[in-house]
Ligand binder design. Sequence first.
Ligand SMILES: [Zn+2]
Ligand SMILES: [Zn+2]
Length: 356
Amino acid sequence: MPNKPVRWMMSRPGAPFVAAEFEASPSAGDVTVKVAGCGVCHTDLGYYYDGVRTNHALPLCLGHEISGQVIATGAGAEAWMGKTVIVPAVIPCGSCDACRRGKETICRNQKMPGNDIQGGFASHIVVPARGLCPVDGSRLEIAGLTLADLSVVADAVTTPYQAVVQAGVSPGDLVIVNGVGGIGGYCAQIAKAFGGTVVAIDVNQDRLEAIAGETAALTLNARGMQQRDLKSAIQAFAKASGLRPTEWIVFECSGTRSGQETAYGLLNHGATLAVVGFTMDKVEIRLSNLMAFHARALGNWGCPPALYPAALDLVLDGRVKVAPFVEQHPLDEINRVFEAVHHGDIHRRAVLVPAA
Ligand SMILES: [Zn+2]
Ligand SMILES: [Zn+2]
């Protein structure tokens, strides 16, 4: 008899994940996905280490950055059988008032794996079929990527993709990405693909060097730099590059208090601040700067499923590189991997891969 589906459960924050067998049979409208890989996200660390509450009661299997193959289908979802897919990190209901008006990211009936429903640190997951993003296997092979690598498209790529679309990045824009590990590294590549000239800021020199040149036209190490020095360095760069001294588009991807303060301090006339990273910390800022600068601040939660195919295209075309920023680890080592990510010993996105 084949092994039963297994998922790694969090019983309470900080307690070791424990493997548990379960039945992975899909109801009507659902599919069972055999997980190829599931990325470890900052949000998972928040649930596990920082006491951020999950919507679903514990015990819960975390993990919302999932790719895999459909191996069973419920009634009405038969067309998905056998397909390789990316599971959106946020799956909207598709039928409520917000969804019908195209505002799917604020759907109150949305399902986020590893938060509202059982997640992807598992051999299998049962999810609604609607919103799945199909992956063309032949293009995947040509791109030299594995299906597990593509798990990061479910969140780390699509969340900044949505932010870049929402901020309206276009050719001629000066784009500042603050925090270029993980999500920020993809944000920088996507903003470049949309025609922006990218300035990358981080406190980690390795991360800056990883995207200097090809992606970022200017990199600045914020460690040891005063806020006003950062701003004047970017002003000088804009002038030398023939870019506007106004209307900068700033993506805050560090998810730290100091990073948010840095990003806010870079606003200028007509600027856009996009808050992509998350922290529980509070910052002290002069909110009236938004008024004085006629600036705007935007947030975004996940990405509507309709945008996934275009985001995936950027990856499969090689315009957004994922392979250098991903490393795979066996799912069985989830406890070790969480500790290593938490302690900063793993710099790339850790993708947990179930045993074949
Ligand atoms: Zn995430
Ligand atoms: Zn809805």
